[in-house]
Design a binder for this molecule. Sequence first.
Ligand code: GDP
Length: 140
Amino acid sequence: MAIERTFSIIKPDATARNLTGAINALIEKAGLRIVAQKRIRMTREQAETFYAVHKRRPFFEELVDFMISGPVVVQVLEGENAILKHREIIGATDPSKAADGTIRKLYAKSVCENSVHGSDTTETAVVEIAQFFSSNEIVG
Ligand code: GDP
């Protein structure tokens, strides 16, 4: 199976509760390697670009406000089948529907403040990684 890269964010609700290490432990336990990582404060413009696909959704403004409300940790993860594997350990968007043992089931506060992001396709992974990392910042 091909080695893939995916884009991950540890969101402000999780950094606020000092959960970066706990979430990274679950990522690494699943066999994914953290090949790039930085803690940043997203600008409103960055958050709006990142979630542009949701621009017309009623929760867009709330989502952007949340994403810039505190620090986030942006990451590139690498491994076999990384995109699907990461989505599996993240769990469903709504934590009340997420499977036991998933990051969102364990840590998310609500459907908006749901602790983590993971790319959903190969195409979005490429675009999302390029928004936050240059190639020389990714060390596999
Ligand atoms: P994901 O791929 O599982 O992150 O889900 P989506 O791409 O559908 O949504 C992007 C993000 O928007 C989610 O991770 C949540 O933070 C937020 N979100 C999604 N649905 C809702 C909603 O119904 N209400 C609110 N307030 N936020 C939402």
